[in-house]
Design a protein around this ligand. Structure first.
Ligand code: FES
Ligand code: FE
Length: 425
């Protein structure tokens, strides 16, 4: 592939080569240069609040065990037995002081230390004195305000530096609660027959909102005849390092906790109280941003946080160029009332959950793209130039600056790796 992108500011034209969605070599390069070197979201600390709590996670293609060890530390252990390699933990989640391997029954404390092997007499004295037979932990596990990330590159920059300007937007999400956020229930897992980068693009693409999700908006308006035609307005912002955000006015006035039912007087009053409380804590301007704007944030490469009617975090990983596995979490402010929590959960399930209105619509759009890329290689380039005429600092949320920010960063990594290889030949 001669070039990944064509970035022509003078002509206000930005093109992406469609082979990045279908090429196996590109995928191998993405795994080596992106998924093995960038910070990847593993989960929220509240998923494992008590000592002994654990969850199995698939992150960057690895089988991990996200565990709250007895010593109070949270760890990410590689879920593979140091003996002959079997997955040690077979349950998706639970609470245990010890993990016992199914195959030959070696057992490990929940910090990974080997504490038992049947038939000890066959092993030399001091077999594990160096700790080499313990379950191995991912060396880099760092947290920002409860959001925990791993990095498989021991030399990576800190998470704090990596997130950079994106931290401000995570703050806006977390600060809506006085007591912090918590992850709810389990994880929603589904797969899409589309390249993973299409979901990154889609998540900061307000342009698609009205056409792709027309059914949802029609239904909402049918439920409440007073609702005006929704107009999606806001900004698209490049946060650096491939991260980006769209921040846009919540179409019907954002309830702090939930979107609907806005015709319910009790909800309305609750929202006013929440807004007053936010203004007391943060001042009018910041309270206005928290309470009246939605945020869709892409943290490069594969974390999307939607702070809309419910707060969701999604990650995705390619098992092949045209196929990705998605994991979705729902987050909520700690301590909210049962009524609000119910509305939030309903909103999540109705809109962004895999059986909701939005996700199947989005998946349909992404699969239509992938199907066409797979079969029509004569057509080479995608156009992602909407809003370039406005200059790259003044993008609307319905522009495509957010995607260009992703692609420019992606290009700097992958094109550099391609160039190095050419130089070596
Ligand atoms: Fe785990 Fe043998 S593979 S005990
Ligand atoms: Fe969508």
């Amino acid at each position: 592939m001669e070039r990944i992108i064509q970035d022509n500011l003078e002509k206000s034209e930005f093109l992406v080569n469609r082979r990045v969605f279908t090429d196996k070599e590109i995928l191998a390069r993405e795994r080596a240069e992106i998924f093995n070197k960038c910070w990847l979201f593993i989960g929220h600390e509240t998923e494992i609040p008590e000592a002994g709590d654990y969850k199995r996670k698939k992150v960057g293609g690895r089988n991990l065990l996200f565990v709250h060890s007895q010593d109070g530390e949270i760890r990410a252990l590689f879920n593979t037995c140091p003996h002959r390699g079997a997955l040690v933990c077979r349950e998706d989640s639970g609470n245990s002081r010890v993990f016992r391997c199914f195959y030959h029954a070696w057992s490990f404390k929940n910090d990974g230390e080997l504490v038992g092997m049947p038939g000890k007499d066959g092993f030399p004295e001091g077999f594990n004195d160096e700790g080499t037979k313990n379950m191995k932990a991912v060396n880099r596990l760092e947290s920002y305000r409860g959001f925990m990330f791993v990095n498989f590159d021991d030399n990576a920059i800190s998470l704090d530096e990596y997130l950079g300007n994106a931290k401000e937007y995570i703050d806006l999400v977390v600060d809506q609660s006085e007591y912090g956020m918590e992850a709810l229930g389990g994880v929603q897992q589904y797969s899409v027959r589309a390249n993973w980068k299409l979901l990154a693009e889609n998540s900061v693409d307000l342009y698609h909102g009205m056409p792709t999700h027309k059914t949802y908006f029609d239904i909402k308006q049918a439920q409440d005849p007073n609702l005006k035609r929704v107009k999606l307005e806001g900004k698209g912002i490049n946060l650096g390092n491939g991260h980006s955000v769209i921040e846009y006015v919540a179409p019907w006035g954002r309830p702090v906790a939930q979107w609907t039912p806005i015709w319910d007087e009790e909800f309305k009053n609750d929202m006013e109280k929440m807004k007053t409380r936010l203004a007391e804590r943060f001042g009018e301007d910041r309270a206005d941003r928290i309470a009246n704007y939605n945020r869709n944030i892409v943290i490069f490469p594969n974390l999307v946080i939607n702070d809309i009617m419910a707060v969701t975090a999604r990650t995705f990983y390619p098992s092949s160029p045209g196929y990705m596995e998605v994991q979705g979490y729902s987050l909520a402010p700690k301590g909210e009332s049962d009524k609000h929590r119910l509305a939030r959960n309903n909103n999540f399930l109705e809109f962004l959950g895999p059986g909701g209105f939005a996700t199947p619509d989005d998946n349909e759009a992404l699969e239509l793209c992938q199907e066409a890329y797979n079969n029509n290689s004569e057509v080479e380039w995608n156009d992602i130039s909407k809003g370039m005429v406005r200059g790259e600092g003044n993008a609307l949320a319905t522009d495509e600056l957010q995607m260009r920010s992703f692609w420019r960063h992606y290009n700097s990594i992958i094109q550099e790796s391609l160039n190095k290889e050419v130089a070596h030949r």
